[in-house]
Write a protein of this length. Structure first.
Length: 278
């Protein structure tokens, strides 16, 4: 058996649900074995009636700014509005008001819809959007938010505390997967050395994955990531934040880009000493 044959393939755990097939194919081209362990799943908003009420309220309020927090959220909003026969007035409103995008994905969805973003948060956080508006003055202004799946009401509260009138719409939410075992297995294998890398595409998934680890596993994960034996990869700084807050070493591209993260994985994999098959 040759040295190449004796080397075990890179074992990569993928915590994403969305675009998992695309990521899987890219990792497979790198020679990796991919284990799917979605830490969160996207659940569409359960009641079209609530989306209709929220959308009508936003149309009536004619906000001076609309915060677009996710690309998938904007696409879902426009699709839901079309189904509710509100698509034309919503697009007209979005074309006339200021749109602020929380990063590249939201910006891409705005452009794909034939709209224009007034400003894009370089750090890809909603707090940047709020700070940007605060500098201009929020007292008495009306702002709408397309909430993302992990919204806890803090963004709307921050805006109201600064004097704004706030309207929001929720198109989807994140939920725990029905079967927790894949995530628990991922944490175990990342801690005990059976996994080589774990990939994260959202802060919510990173936090949920971390929550599945006990204190001993967290210590091992911190040790393995610090030594470089375990690669923890995030699609951007916001996604990496929950892991870094617990002392983990995380690699991520400067800009929120899936392709850039996958290239980092490839570079890291090539630089590692080959792990022999048992």
């Amino acid at each position: 058996m040759s040295d190449t044959d004796a080397r075990a393939p890179l074992r990569v755990h993928l915590t994403a649900q969305r675009r998992s097939r695309e990521i899987d194919e890219a990792l497979t081209r790198l020679g990796a074995e991919v284990f799917h362990c979605p830490a969160l799943v996207v659940v569409p908003a359960e009641r079209d009636e609530q989306i209709a009420r929220d959308t009508r309220a936003i149309l009536a309020a004619r906000p001076e700014a609309v915060l677009i927090t996710t690309g998938v959220g904007l696409r879902a909003w426009l699709a839901a509005a079309d189904a509710l026969e509100l698509g034309e007035p919503l697009r007209r409103l979005l074309g006339q008001t200021r749109l602020l995008a929380r990063g590249a994905k939201a910006h891409g969805a705005i452009r794909a819809a034939g709209l224009t973003a007034d400003w894009v948060a370089p750090g890809e956080s909603t707090s940047e959007l709020i700070e940007h508006l605060t500098v201009e003055g929020l007292s008495g202004r009306t702002v709408a938010i397309q909430h993302h799946g992990m919204d806890d009401g803090r963004d709307a509260r921050d805006l109201r505390e600064r004097g704004a009138q706030v309207h929001g719409v929720v198109l989807y939410r994140y939920a725990q997967p029905a079967d927790p075992e894949p995530v628990l297995r991922s944490v175990r294998e990342a801690a005990d050395g059976s996994a080589d890398a774990v990939l994260f595409t959202s802060a919510g998934a990173a936090a949920a994955w971390l929550k599945a680890a006990d204190a001993e596993q967290r210590c091992r994960l911190a040790e393995r990531s610090a030594s470089g034996d375990l690669g923890l990869f995030a699609v951007g700084a916001v996604t990496a934040a929950p892991l870094r807050e617990h002392g983990f070493t995380v690699q991520h591209p400067e800009r929120f880009r899936l392709g850039a993260m996958l290239r980092q994985v490839g570079t890291w994999a090539q630089s590692r000493s080959p792990r022999e098959r048992p």
